[in-house]
Design a protein around this ligand. Sequence first.
Ligand code: PLP
Length: 405
Amino acid sequence: MSISQIARTISESATLKLNETAAILRAKGDPVIHLGGGEPKSKAPIEALVAAAGLLNSGEVRYTPADGIPALKQAIIRYTEQFYDRKVAPENVLASGGAKQALMVALQAILNPQEECIFPAPYWVSYPEMVKLCGAVPVPVLPEDGSFHPRIEDIERVITSYTKAIIINSPANPTGVMYSEQFIADIVELCEKRDLYLIMDDIYHRLIFDGRRPINCWQFVKDKTENSKLIIINGVSKQYAMTGFRIGWAVASRRLIEVMTNIQGHQTSGPSVLLQRAAAAALDGTQASVESLRTTLENNRNVLVDRLRAFEGVRVTVPDGTFYLFADFGYYDKDSTRLAHFLLEKVQVVTVPGVEFGLDGHLRISFCGSIKDITEGVERMKWALDPNSPNELYIGQRKLVRDWS
Ligand SMILES: Cc1ncc(COP(=O)(O)O)c(C=O)c1O
């Protein structure tokens, strides 16, 4: 079969694939613990459900403008004012099918083939593939000091005449690390100085712990005009636990939003009106669910960190936010794909191999599930990996016997 050159370079989404594998094993009755997921388990805010149901009942479910319905744009405008202290017009806002689509359309709007897009590693699995889909070149930058905090000089060093954009995701998937305010200020300054687009993927920016406050990147922008090349991406998937609603957005200059709207208009049109209504209602709602999710996640994080610290050989970087922890399992196996498969096969625990995020020897462990899953999942992993473990482990009625050393 003849497929395009670009398509040939695109790999399957490792995280979506794992969701599928876990669902298949569960359907077979296997007692799978899914620590690989990327979605909170809480329900969507009630305001969102009522808004979507009301519209569905009316039967008036039609096309929307390609850039989103006015009610959602207004909600995004208010959000931008609250969290970025920035007043924008509806022409600065594009509502999309998830932050994923907002990012993709932004990249399509700015990248020419051969141009380069820089992002820190370990990175979210979709950044390299999205850049490649534009025919452009992904440039991941792994901090040289072995930490998950990129330094501005690491990034500056890889800028070339082909560099067009930098993507920053803080707190970050997969590490949960939140970059310092100084780093955000420096990256904004660097991009303005070198005339680069800066894409701030702020999808987790309110899901942060230990009293941290969301960082407002806009405050560091010097050229606060329509010439600014800052693009802010966000959505309702994570903070409002509305992953299946598929609503995200971009806030950027009018000219860029116009171009992105043209692209989206031909690709998919505007997202479903039902889901836009639901997202608008969530953004305009009481916000109680966001704080409740945040505290649940912080508690889950504490439990997971405690359990992993008692796991000899595993090196933990405590996440500042998100619902992911990126632990170094290199002591047990430097090949993270092999290790993740081993854990799935032997003790039915799903984790995501670090190599998918650009750093082997690590596993991404999600803490968006239940405390029971977190504690039992880590217990099973420990049993499988620690050669001093007892020979048998019970999972419910099922007896597992170690047949490996
Ligand atoms: C860093 C990052 N950006 C964007 C997204 C996409 O979110 P959405 O569900 O809104 O498309 C994800 C989802 O996992 C993510 O982790």
